[in-house]
Ligand binder design. Sequence first.
Ligand code: ADP
Ligand code: F6P
Length: 504
Amino acid sequence: MHNPARRNGLIVASNRLPMTLTHGADGSYHFEPGSGGLVTALLPVLRDRGGIWAGWAGLTDNVENLDEILQQATQRAGYRLKPVLLTEDERRKFYHGFSNEIVWPLFHDLQSLCHFDPSYWQVYQSVNRKYAQSIAHETGDDDFIWVHDYHLMNVAMELRRLKVTAKMAFFLHIPFPSLDIFVKLPWRFQLLRALLEFDLIGFQTLRDRRNFVECVRNLVDDAKVHGKGQVLGITIGARLVRIGSFPVSIDFNGFVKRASAQEVTDKAAELKAFLPNRQLILGVDRLDYTKGIPYRLEAFRNVLQRYPQLRERVTLIQVVVPSREDIPQYHGLKTEIERLVGEINGQFTRPGGWVPIHYIFRSLKRSDLLAYYRAAEIALITPLKDGMNLVAKEYCTCSIEEDCVLILSEFAGAAAQLHKGALMVNPYDIEGMADAIHSAFMMDKEERRERMHRLRRSIREQDIFWWVDAFLSAAIAKDLSAFPLPEDYVPNNEPDYAFDLPRH
Ligand code: ADP
Ligand code: F6P
């Protein structure tokens, strides 16, 4: 079944390929670049190292010559795309159903939004088998299989059934929930056992790793946890599974280069000229209930009410990228955001002049997104919970003059790394967020520069290439003591959140 002739290649698998195939009106096919943190993180890795990327191509109809079309699209990219074909029913129950109506809300601590339909689990298993078959077809014994995200947690188990012996690693881009929440999952034992078939499992933060270890300790009776470093070992009989935390990142230098391009600089200047004499506050999110957009809009309303001197001196630009619109909760969220934007603009707009919120609901061209990053003095990134949040890292990276402020949720994975330079907020605390907006607005140049410098240094030092090296080194290292914990780490006292919350 598999292909033992290949040697030492990298095979990446994720739910989607990095580009989505769509039908043109004339019957031709077009590619649209994917959005979302996973694609942003992995594209530079594949470009740098080469390899094969397996995933769904974006259409459920039968496309003749699909392989050929994809080959052409990546001719000069340095890596190859391997499409996994899914039927409409599979897509609905595997992607919309199990992945996004069960795992997504549950792992983001929103269990009341879960829809535990048993047929979703059946299809999740069979679709994971399909991905495994596609991967097995491309894999030789010395290849390295790297599976990404919550859609594909069963893949290693299925690969082992297919007798694939290559090393298999998994990285979870979203949070891993605490034991209390994870146990609600009707298929909790099967899912944990399936994950433990990987040789290495990577999480975004120590908190996620700690939650996973806690679940294994309590739910898998023949598993033993070893070590106390950055990478732990779990043994189940003779098998060793490595467990580590590796905060995902971006191509820092690539972003700086693109953000400094003349086209982006001009666009940012145009935007500033169009909205003069004020500070721009930016929010950029996929349409998702985990991103905390309604609370954020309420915080913006609150700051305009409680600090009237900010009226006409700030404009909030909220970009929302369409996402998962076939799922009812996402559609409802869109309506809620539109209602709030309309209400706040209706309350404060000065006819013929200032409009407090500019709302953009579409996918932006990369150069436009970078121009927004460069033009905004303040970024307001307030997810209720987030695996990492790469928008926060992109914003700081593109702040080339280092004169901006990042306001960041305590519950974003990025908080573990960025909390010392950002203004940290509880995304449920409307007045607290409003106060943070006011503080950011008032912050002097020197403090802005000092904070932003610190943020950018940390993102530069731990960029996407650092992340890949750290992950791959953990996969192949002979001795796990090569991964000591950070100097300020306190054993047996891992924080409940991504970092220690403020104490009063
Ligand atoms: P998530 O993975 O949940 O979507 P992240 O913040 O980690 O959240 O990643 C979002 C990614 O999507 C970022 O890399 C960002 O640049 C990209 N993105 C955000 N807005 C747009 C947009 N309007 N058009 C295209 N890409 C976008
Ligand atoms: O980071 C979580 C994630 O699901 C990624 O896998 C993906 O890049 C992003 O969110 C976008 O999600 P979707 O592919 O469902 O639009």
